[in-house]
Design a binder for this molecule. Structure first.
Ligand code: ADP
Ligand code: F6P
Length: 323
């Protein structure tokens, strides 16, 4: 393996830059030439890439986002698009690819691998829904951002004896909401894996007030049927009977834009270095994830199309701790 390309794809995640830096510097150490592809699979199809040296990735480890840019690229879902990408890589003599991204991106990587290109993935998404990795790049930073918001909202909620809901990202996964709910001391957590009716939330908040709590805090996942907007509508529609309204804060992309913390910088560095070594030593068709404290390859067929299930024991625990 002498010429390697690297790209970041899908939703950006804090720590992607640390991963790019590790790919470039580990690859150079193996005597490889490294190309950085702009805007994910869009750059592969349009042949938009640049050679990267050690200095090109200097000063980025502490930056959120991705210096290469990221994108959603519908064209790559077609075989024609993927053939175009292969053609471009072939013309440049590039014989291996590293894909830093989440579920969709790794599905695309596997499709390319099936066409004969050696590909290795790096598990990166704030959603933490990727099979083959206990935790993925960006999760820890995104959680800390959510927690900072929750802590602040609890202060004002207590002062005014108000009820608040905070909606966090996660697409179809309730992981971020559950963990933010436990770490933030929420009265209730609403996730797609275990929907709770608004009527039940009303009871939970009322009981919390009766037990002497000064605030009521719900953490809700964006993927839940009763998301932040729906809960706001319900509490507003029934405010006279309930006796209070629910203030809703939707965190959205704020959670993706943070400066990566120590955990994400180190996780990204270790996963990406392992991915580069794996490719340089001739293994491919695998996702590098963090399993039981070790950067570990898992063959694509074992992870593609699967969603990592949520640990529902933690959901029960959140309920117990809310007493
Ligand atoms: P993430 O990787 O963060 O889950 P997406 O699901 O949006 O983000 O996927 C990112 C990109 O990966 C898509 O825009 C597309 O280019 C590519 N991709 C997703 N699913 C497939 C697929 N089934 N086949 C080929 N490419 C795919
Ligand atoms: O997959 C990461 C993520 O941030 C999800 O949590 C969220 O649902 C989605 O991306 C948002 O996508 P976009 O940035 O395209 O709005």
């Amino acid at each position: 393996m002498k010429r390697i390309a690297v790209l970041t794809s899908g939703g950006d995640a804090p720590g992607m830059n640390a991963a790019i830096r590790a790919v470039v510097r580990t690859g150079l150490d193996y005597g490889c030439t490294i190309f950085g592809v702009h805007d994910g699979y869009r750059g592969l199809i349009d042949d938009d890439m640049q050679e990267l040296g050690a200095r090109d990735v200097g000063g980025i480890i502490q930056q959120g986002g991705t210096m290469l840019g990221s994108a959603r690229c519908p064209q790559f879902k077609t075989e024609e698009g993927r053939r175009q990408a292969l053609d471009n890589l072939g013309k440049r003599g590039i014989d291996g690819l590293i894909v830093i991204g989440g579920n969709g991106s790794q599905t695309g990587a596997y499709e390319l691998n099936k066409l004969g290109l050696p590909v290795v993935g790096v598990a990166s998404t704030i959603d933490n829904d990727l099979a083959g990795s206990d935790i993925t790049i960006g999760v820890d930073t995104a959680l800390n951002i959510a927690l900072e918001a929750i802590d602040r909202l609890k202060v004002t909620a207590s002062s005014h004896r108000r009820a608040f809901a905070v909606e966090v990202m996660g697409r179809d996964s309730g992981y971020l909401a559950l963990m933010a709910g436990i770490a933030g001391g929420a009265e209730a957590v609403v996730i797609p894996e275990a929907e709770i009716a608004p009527e039940r939330l009303e009871t939970i908040l009322n009981e919390a007030y009766e037990r002497g709590k000064k605030h009521g805090l719900i953490v809700v996942a964006e993927g839940a049927k009763n998301n932040g907007e729906k809960l706001k509508e319900y509490f507003h529609a029934h405010k006279d009977r309930i006796g209070f309204e629910l203030r809703v804060t939707i965190l959205g992309h704020v959670q993706r834009g943070g400066t990566p913390g120590a955990f994400d910088r180190l996780l990204a560095t270790r996963l990406a270095a392992k991915a580069t070594r794996t490719l340089c030593e001739g293994q491919s068709g695998v996702l590098i994830g963090w399993l039981k404290g070790v950067a570990t390859p898992t063959p694509y067929p074992e992870i593609v199309g699967k969603h990592k299930p949520l640990d529902m024991d933690l959901f029960q625990l959140a309920d117990v701790l809310a007493q």
